[in-house]
Design a binder for this molecule. Sequence first.
Ligand code: ATP
Ligand code: MG
Length: 266
Amino acid sequence: MLTLDRVCFYYKKGEPVLENLSFTVQAGEYAAIVGPNGCGKSTLAKLMDGLLLPKEGHVRLEHLDTSRPAELAQIRGRIGFVFQNPEDQFITTTVMDEVLFGLENIRVPREEMAGRALEALRAVQMEEHAEAMPHQLSGGQKQRVAIAAILAMRPEIIIFDEATSMLDPLGRKQVLDIMRSLHRAGMTIIHITHHMEEALEAKRILLLHEGRLAYDGDPFRFFDELPVADYHLELPFSVRVHQKLRLEAPFHADWKEAVRTQWPIS
Ligand SMILES: Nc1ncnc2c1ncn2[C@@H]1O[C@H](COP(=O)(O)OP(=O)(O)OP(=O)(O)O)[C@@H](O)[C@H]1O
Ligand SMILES: [Mg+2]
């Protein structure tokens, strides 16, 4: 359970980015965080992971508090973070080293390392590229390696900050499939995205606007009731089609049902 308790944050005093923000993400949830450019999504993600500390309020993972230095390392070990740009993710020279690097950092016993690294690479279908170098990989493959490096550390929560936005449709689909299967396996997924099709897959949508939560709830009500265009967001294609169909043939169309059958949300 990850809790934000009256969190305030600014980079420059007098210019608040987040104001008095409180919410909880339960273990096993699949939540999307959406909102216009610059509304503070990445800032929020970094606060959740303890990369930034709140100016006021608290961020807690169960009883651990990011503001307490002794607890920060534990929190960082339990929350993984996948960034937007696959080019920024590599630190080492090969795929295998990249995954091992994280394990060395958290002092996994040497005899366990190779097994854990291989298992993680298999989970993202990159085991055949274990000896490849970063420049030999596509953007989507790099993102999958970044995910493997995190999986090997066995976190409870993974935050994806626009992790699909620089990928082509196939790369995006592969990363989304991984997210979905991790969620099914019990992982807590926090997905920051501008793609409303992707947000539709989440069970919960949090809309960040002017430092506060303008919406927190299920995607169906979000797309049915909210003037999403006011937040510089676009309705998903399936919702647009069904809303139009519903206007023209009311007996025919329930977009929620269609979405549920297409993407069963557990
Ligand atoms: N390191 C920084 N120093 C100063 N201001 C920053 C810094 N990082 C972000 N900001 C500012 O904080 C606000 C929130 O930025 P943030 O990156 O969290 O937004 P975002 O919702 O992730 O945007 P995007 O959708 O473009 O990724 C913006 O006004 C931004 O200019
Ligand atoms: Mg961002």
